[in-house]
Design a protein around this ligand. Structure first.
Ligand SMILES: Nc1ncnc2c1ncn2[C@@H]1O[C@H](COP(=O)(O)OP(=O)(O)OP(=O)(O)O)[C@@H](O)[C@H]1O
Ligand SMILES: [Mg+2]
Length: 306
């Protein structure tokens, strides 16, 4: 994979359209492109007009997928419960399965599940394609997904430290009372402790996702319109990215000219970031592939060359 493109911006500004435009343009140049959405309310299939519940080839070497976030979350929770039960046998009696529905709506669950879904996609497809293009959920959720690896790494680090202390205490007790003081399935060493293994697995995953998002090959493209609200939200996105040590690769002022004479100084607002104006294509019931090429004309080249 050469680049992983992520489209960000306020609802309705044209994130899906812009991601489609990039994906189709790249594929038209002969590149292998994987275009996917982790938006619980997808709309890639409105553009392709074929269901994307599994990976489908939609144009030249362009394959697309809409991740079923709700089904993925269900699977993710079941798998997590299975893992927890294998760590703590006493959990078998608690009836954790019955909590799947409640857990699904717990704060942060959707973000974690989506992050794991993105991780799986990267594992499965990063090597097979030249470009990965991701269409995203609404701003708040997208930003939390990008921030999650960093936040997670901070508290997993503490969790790991506590687990190591527990193991040290066990070793001290065993050195006085003998190994048999503990049942055989109670680990004393780092290498044999499944809980520590699970913490490390989670830590490795978060590290890997952090590396992916923070890497220069992960290009975040902000889409705004000529309206103050979308520009303000865009500026907040830029600030949040900055706090995470990330930056914008480009800003697209989509639907440019929709309101004739409307002047908003987007270039001034996003100083230092390349800003491209993307024309509003009037009178379309639905955008065609030709329209998508047209929409990409003014910026795809620029974005790729940087
Ligand atoms: N440059 C354009 N010219 C004409 N129509 C456009 C253009 N860009 C987007 N649209 C239209 O605007 C609507 C919203 O675009 P799109 O679905 O891409 O936005 P979005 O940011 O992905 O929205 P959501 O936040 O709901 O996912 C669609 O009907 C799309 O066809
Ligand atoms: Mg969309």
């Amino acid at each position: 994979m050469r680049s992983f493109f992520i489209f960000l911006g306020k609802g309705g500004v044209g994130k899906s359209t812009s991601s489609a435009s990039l994906a189709y343009t790249l594929a038209d140049r002969g590149e292998r492109v994987f275009w996917f959405s982790v938006d619980p309310a997808h709309n890639l299939s409105d553009i392709t007009e074929v269901a994307l519940d599994k990976v489908k080839n939609v144009f030249k070497r362009l394959d697309a997928l809409e991740v079923d976030v709700s089904a993925y979350m269900q699977r993710y929770l079941k798998e997590t419960i299975r893992r927890m039960k294998s760590l703590y046998k006493q959990l078998s009696v608690v009836g954790l399965e019955s909590m799947v529905d409640a857990l699904r709506f717990s704060p942060g669950m959707e973000e974690v599940a989506i992050l794991y879904a993105v991780g799986e996609i990267l594992d499965a497809y990063a090597d097979k394609y030249d470009y990965l293009v991701m269409d995203t959920p609404p701003t708040g959720l997208s930003m939390r997904i990008l921030a999650l690896p960093k936040i997670n790494m901070e508290w997993i680090h503490v969790l790991r430290m506590w687990r190591l202390r527990i193991l040290q205490k066990r070793q001290m007790i065993a050195s006085v009372k003998g190994r048999d003081y503990f049942p055989q399935d109670v680990a004393l060493d780092e290498g044999e402790d499944k809980v520590l293994g699970e913490i490390s697995r989670h830590m490795d995953f978060m590290n890997r996702m952090w590396d992916t998002f923070a890497d220069a090959s992960c290009r975040k493209i902000l889409v705004v319109n000529q309206d103050e609200l979308s520009v303000k939200e865009g500026l907040r996105i830029k600030e949040t990215l900055k706090e995470l040590g990330m930056s914008l690769a480009a800003v697209l002022v989509n639907k440019f000219g929709l309101i004739p004479g409307r002047q908003i100084d987007v270039k001034g607002a996003f100083e230092g970031v390349p800003v491209y104006e993307v024309p509003f294509l009037e009178g379309r019931e639905k955008l065609t592939v030709e329209d998508l090429f047209h929409i990409g004309k003014g910026w795809v080249e620029g974005v790729l060359s940087r």
